[in-house]
Design a protein around this ligand. Sequence first.
Ligand SMILES: Nc1nc2c(ncn2[C@@H]2O[C@H](COP(=O)(O)OP(=O)(O)OP(=O)(O)O)[C@@H](O)[C@H]2O)c(=O)[nH]1
Length: 626
Amino acid sequence: MALTGRTVSWWVRLRRPCPVAAPRGPPVWLPTGLEACQRFYSSRDKEKIDMSAYPVESIRNFSIIAHVDHGKSTLADRLLEITGTIAKTDRNKQVLDKLQVERERGITVKAQSASLFYNYKGVNYLLNLIDTPGHVDFSYEVSRSLSACQGVLLVVDANEGIQAQTVANFYLAFEAQLAIIPVINKIDLKNADPERVEKQIEKLFDIPVSECIRISAKQGTNIEKVLEKVIEKIPPPQFNTTDPLKALVFDSTFDHYRGVIANIAIFGGEIEKGHKIVSAHTNKRYEVNEVGILTPNEQPTHKLYAGQVGYLIAGMKEVTEAQIGDTLFMYKQPVEPLPGFKSAKPMVFAGMYPVDQTEYNNLKSALERLTLNDSSVTVHRDSSLALGAGWRLGFLGLLHMEVFNQRLEQEYNTSVILTAPTVPYKAVLSSAKLIKEYRNSEITIINPAQFPDKHSVSEYLEPTVLGTIVTPQEYIGKIIVLCQDRRAIQKEMLYIDEHRVMLKYLFPLNEIVVDFYDALKSLSSGYASDKAYATGKFLCERLKDTIPRQLFEIAIQAAIGKKIIARETLKAYRKNVVAKCYGGDITRRMKLLKRQAEGKRLMRKIGNVEVPRDAFIRVLKRQPEK
Ligand SMILES: Nc1nc2c(ncn2[C@@H]2O[C@H](COP(=O)(O)OP(=O)(O)OP(=O)(O)O)[C@@H](O)[C@H]2O)c(=O)[nH]1
């Protein structure tokens, strides 16, 4: 069973072979062969390649899209191997997943691209592969990567069949009018049923069964067929080198030594070192220091031409200067910017504080450096009575938040407290005083502590998400109840085959952001109709289990405003002060216990409760952890 979603309407009323370019002269070609390629890449590392050998007809720009874990990264590894881009070894696991957190979690966080060279029927092709993240939090990255492509490989697991994100990704590609090649992966699995999956694809996406390719990315079966289809079915880009420069920024990373490295797709013209370019979004001017292709590491080239995909380094100091979707053009030759530019919108907000306030400055610089690399995170300074000075951060989703936190810890050796994640709300103000104060009649609230009083507000608005759920039919009843409980509105219900159903719901984001997926998986959710009391009780119980017992008693209370709605008591951990007191000297025992009680009373007054750092997230997951 699976869920995916993307924000559709933000605000609803809250009612409840390798080319070898000789340094001078025409390009020379090596035979497609692994050893030759290896020699080429090792001996000519960093020597510039001449890309003029690749007119648009020989270029195919494509992406791999799939539901999480259906095998995108494994297929990408095989494509890199078969084209000789990387050597074939057992160690090639998720080559395009460069971050430590990606390898550890087995997920793709940042999209990476790679240029592959392939000789097919005597013609040399340049195939630009853009890997895409699989998790719903990163669907924005999927959509921007797709804008650099003319086609996609839609990978579906032969055992699991079509899942929610297969559907969502299909529509992203379909709406972008891309050629779609269905690839049924994992045919080596014992329970693989490629025939059933092909029928699902035909029924749901109207793609004939004969178009599907059956592969095993793990064992390398039928990978050549995939490349053949890419060349035959995906149209070459239709751009002209003679036009003025028009380059789309579809991703960017930050390198501590070289500044921003922007991944670009050339929609017109050509670009090389020394060119003066302008960003359509910021209007800032830059001089190009280096252009190149990704193989998958940076390989400088003399130029990049229309239709090609590569990278650019031009003295940009922050990733915000190379915003995703931005258009770059030649200085004094302005062009119409490419459509569809939008800044990444954070959907989940949380407070971040140093565990120890003396660590504030270290954390601040770690945050600054990490956000240089991830422009979708927003940072505002914040402070809390209990936790001291900190920040309020905005993320694309809960996984994005967890990944960011993990990167802070792993790459910058910091430890932080993250508060409960919340979604943004809007308030339409009715109080003239507040309207004057905010200089607006509508305000966005990203911090629950700043919620204006309900008497000064005419209505509150909340963000919604269109979610797709694919499930075996026996769970439909329970899922419908769960969705209704989360205030969701059903939009569509469709049988994919005899056993499986696809449901579409409009969800309030707040209802699904933390734990909906867990609830969906366990289907055992059952809180009482009065959610406030039940949730309060649940939170108190969870906190009671999460906070270790201290030397003094702790009252854990849930409150709405000043009204306490639930309470749990965390009993004191009683040190056995009389352990060494053998025998029956009752007065001595009493004395020891009395002294302990006094000590505890004192500690309660001055006591600090030690709350484990991940308590906030664990507490917020409404489902019991397995
Ligand atoms: N048996 C079998 N397992 C496969 C095959 N392809 C991939 N896998 C396994 O499936 C799991 C997920 O594969 P990935 O390539 O990481 O999946 P992904 O779609 O890139 O995942 P995300 O990056 O998180 O979106 C891994 O354990 C792979 O080894 C295959 O053809 N057969």
